[in-house]
Design a protein around this ligand. Structure first.
Ligand code: ADP
Ligand code: MG
Length: 255
């Protein structure tokens, strides 16, 4: 399988305002296969968000190499990095951060209009296709302030996929949703992943992580364990099995 992202000897330290250095990520190395769907778990404060931000160009590692499709991206200028983020990466956060003065469709198209000065038919078509895929096509002209949490998260997922990202990073995307909406959003990530997108998703919820292909556990600054579950067959019984496997590891490491 092709590697899309390689991380080598990643170290991330924070300065706590002078005297002490906090070491959050301690010499982490891994490869991400193209088309994989990886859930990242770990205790609160273990560095899950920090890991995601440092490998996705939102923050800079203290040390180490980040290699995207064979090219180093850790040494790029801010402008070059912004370009990579826009063209190659998609981001989904716990809060969708939509612009309320714009409609659902306008929010989604906005991502593409930064790259393409003119919003042409292709961009419109892509937005429509994504809204259909995520089940929000009827909401296209709605004001985003009136959406439910689950609907708003669907809009942010569409927005993050507008530029056909190579890799999608999601930080607790279901963290603010009820369990039904959370399950639906995860099903959407599963479908999107089956269409070929590579996904790295941080969650603290074992039922959410159970739908990923692999679950990586972050502990004490390193990836303590990688559990390979394989693709989920979409059966409820197997989901419960997978959740049990995750729960067992979580209790082992006292999450
Ligand atoms: P998680 O997402 O697993 O809950 P984080 O990655 O947010 O954890 O944080 C990991 C550790 O790094 C925490 O101790 C946090 O306080 C610290 N940290 C995160 N960002 C910063 C920052 N910008 N400055 C200083 N410390 C930070
Ligand atoms: Mg976090």
């Amino acid at each position: 399988m092709d590697t899309i992202l390689s991380v080598r000897n990643l170290v991330k330290n924070f300065d706590d305002g002078g005297k002490r250095t906090i070491n959050v990520l301690n010499d982490i190395s891994f490869d991400v296969d193209k088309g994989n769907f990886i859930a990242i778990m770990g205790p609160s404060g273990s560095g899950k968000s920090t890991l995601l931000y440092n490998i996705s160009g939102m923050d800079r590692p203290t040390k180490g190499k980040i290699i995207l499709e064979g090219k180093n991206i850790d040494n790029l200028s801010e402008v070059e990095m912004a370009d990579i983020r826009l063209r190659k990466f998609g981001y989904v956060f716990q809060q969708p951060h939509l612009i309320n003065s714009l409609s659902v469709k306008e929010n989604i198209i906005m991502a593409a209009s930064v790259l393409n000065k003119k919003v042409d038919k292709n961009i419109e078509n892509r937005a429509n296709e994504l809204m259909r895929l995520t089940g929000i096509i009827e909401l296209a002209d709605r004001d985003t302030a009136s959406l439910s949490g689950g609907q708003a998260q669907r809009v942010s997922i569409c927005r993050s996929f507008m530029n056909n990202p190579r890799l999608v990073f999601a930080d607790e995307p279901t963290g603010a949703l009820n369990s039904k909406a959370s399950g639906e959003i995860m099903n959407l990530f599963v479908d999107i992943n089956r269409k070929g997108s590579t996904i790295m998703l941080v969650t603290h919820d074992p039922l959410v992580a159970a739908k990923a292909n692999q679950v990586w556990f972050l502990l004490d600054g390193i990836i303590y364990k990688k559990e390979v579950l394989g693709p989920w067959d979409k059966m409820q019984a197997s989901l419960i099995n997978r959740k049990d496997i995750i729960n067992k590891i979580m209790s082992e490491i006292e999450i």
